[in-house]
Design a protein around this ligand. Structure first.
Ligand code: APR
Length: 233
């Protein structure tokens, strides 16, 4: 792939599925176990903060027991040696990309391992729980919430993402259903920018038809194969 210099990779819950982290919309997924309206909106947090904080405390603890899988490791290998621009835009709030060794990672939906103070707006690294209303390390107020982008809230660093898409030669989407915007619209943005597009997913996503190429199977197989291809001089 000698004509490819700059790459944007979008990842979703499917890349962490083989690490034992539930996806959202697959059979038995999170949104079958919990109603989005109860745990993933600002209104839910205002209505029943205990329910919301307990939900994210449970998730935060769970992801710290999980390990990166070969898909995360392959992207970390690519990130380590790719000479051109590369940005891994993840919708995931786990830290498995970073634990695999990747550094060019952007969490557009936030991260479990931060707490966000609604009093002083500071985000602090956080591995424990929030249900007991601990004080903010920066201002001392008991006003911490999960640093997660809830439905109805604006994802992070959208300008940086669109800037990377404008410079890209290739857009790759891994393990996402294409159900949630604005991430689900990136493939159309890439099409409009005449950027080549590739889908790597267990099954066709909702936006599969918009990709130049789509490969279906487990990420732990598809991603290392694709990275090997890209790295062939
Ligand atoms: N390998 C590759 N793809 C997989 C695997 C796997 N092992 N397992 C599941 N998938 C695919 C599924 O086929 C599905 O298309 O991953 C996708 C997961 O889709 P969702 O559960 O909808 O997760 P995601 O697309 O990341 O959700 C987007 O929605 O709930 C919100 O903010 C949350 O970031 C999340 C956003």
């Amino acid at each position: 792939m000698t004509d490819i210099r700059n790459i944007v990779i979008l990842t979703g819950a499917g890349i962490s599925a083989e690490s034992g982290i539930d996806t959202f919309r697959d059979g038995g997924g999170l949104w079958e176990q919990h109603r989005v309206e109860d745990v993933a909106t600002p209104e839910a947090f205002a209505r029943d903060p205990d329910l919301v904080l307990r939900f994210y405390d449970m998730r935060r603890e769970a992801i710290q027991q999980k390990e990166p899988n070969p898909a995360h490791e392959a992207l970390a290998r690519l990130d380590d040696i790719w000479p051109g621009e590369l940005l891994i835009v993840t919708q995931n709030v786990d830290d498995l990309h970073e634990r695999a060794g990747a550094s060019r990672v952007l969490h557009m939906h936030g991260t479990h391992l931060n707490a966000w103070c609604t009093a002083c707006d500071v985000r602090s690294p956080w591995r424990g729980t929030l249900i007991e209303r601990p004080s903010c390390p920066a201002c001392g107020e008991s006003a911490l919430r999960p640093d997660i982008v809830w439905f109805g809230e604006m994802p992070y660093e959208m300008e940086r993402i669109y800037g990377a898409l404008r410079n890209a030669d290739l857009f790759v989407s891994v393990g996402t259903s294409g159900a949630v915007y604005p991430a689900a619209g990136f493939v159309r943005d890439a099409n409009a920018l005449r950027v080549r597009t590739l889908e790597l997913n267990l099954e066709p996503s909702q936006g599969s038809g918009w990709f130049d190429e789509a490969r279906h199977g487990p990420a732990s197989e598809l991603v290392p194969e694709w990275v090997d291809e890209v790295l062939i001089p």
